[in-house]
Design a protein around this ligand. Sequence first.
Ligand code: ADP
Ligand code: TRP
Length: 327
Amino acid sequence: MRVLSGIQPSGRLHIGNYFGAIRQHLQLQAENEAFYFMASYHALTTVQNPNELRALTLGVAMDYLALGLDPEKTALFTQQDVPAVTELTWILSCVTPVGLLERAVSYKDKVAQGLMANHGLFAYPVLQAADILIYLSNLVPVGQDQKQHIEITRDIAAKFNAQFGEILVIPEPYILEETAVVPGIDGRKMSKSYGNEIGMFEEGKSLKKKVMSVVTDSAGVEDPKDPAESTPYLLLSLMASPDETQEWADRYKNGGMGYGEVKKRLLELLDETFGPYRERRRELEADPAYVADVLREGGRRARLVANGVMEQVREAVGLPISYEPPR
Ligand code: ADP
Ligand code: TRP
């Protein structure tokens, strides 16, 4: 099966990205043909400082590699290394009803946050559809917030196929219920754009400060508490064993437990889970040439597939090109 996903390099990655998406990306690489990329054109809708965009893009690549992406097996690449994606975006735009994009919640959210409503932000789901469809991807592992984008992709693919023939594959989203929405330190969905994140490679004092500031209600130590409503518990349950998670749930319900105790354990679990990858992350940072090689090879493999599909698409819509198509 062909698996594909992208992550915007619009900030440092956080544990919501990890549990919601990256962990599944890494698991799926063993049994599938996987393509993962830095959605840098998507990030350009909001990050418009070239040095920052360059650094963040490389940072996401290092995160993937540190966490165990196997570059021998999986293609890791930047979106701009597959220019045909933007060509397909235009072709798909011509079968995309404006109403479909007007209903996209991510656009409405970003405008509501005060971002300039540029055309890239509006057309964002069409570019995402091109990302997915150009590799004839079967499965797209993402967090819950991307569900609507995958639905839009499916709609666009069906419209293209109805008009021009059955070329594109209708992809399925892959969303794990347990980790679909990881809460941030303020209890809302963890997101770079809310500034409520716990960084994947955060450590020491800054990590401790974050954990201690995770929201709780004003229940006293002796009061029984509802674990399902409690952010520290929800975060802890992402990392603790099922038995341990159950014990904490019981302690919540029985009363006699303060939030400080849960947070202390949460901090330990974060160190246990991400600590082993921090050293590897530092090594990668010291070896940018290796990271560049990985991305060059990943891009080459991605273009091979994308350019083949593009050739079929151009033929189907009646726009063959007059030179040897790139491979
Ligand atoms: P952000 O919202 O922080 O900008 P992205 O949009 O770049 O994150 O998301 C990258 C991937 O991580 C997507 O698949 C997205 O669904 C997933 N993701 C992001 N935040 C969360 C979260 N809080 N819980 C679960 N998955 C998430
Ligand atoms: N929009 C996605 C996000 O913000 C990133 C993305 C771009 C993506 N292209 C994709 C995800 C293709 C999956 C497939 O997280």
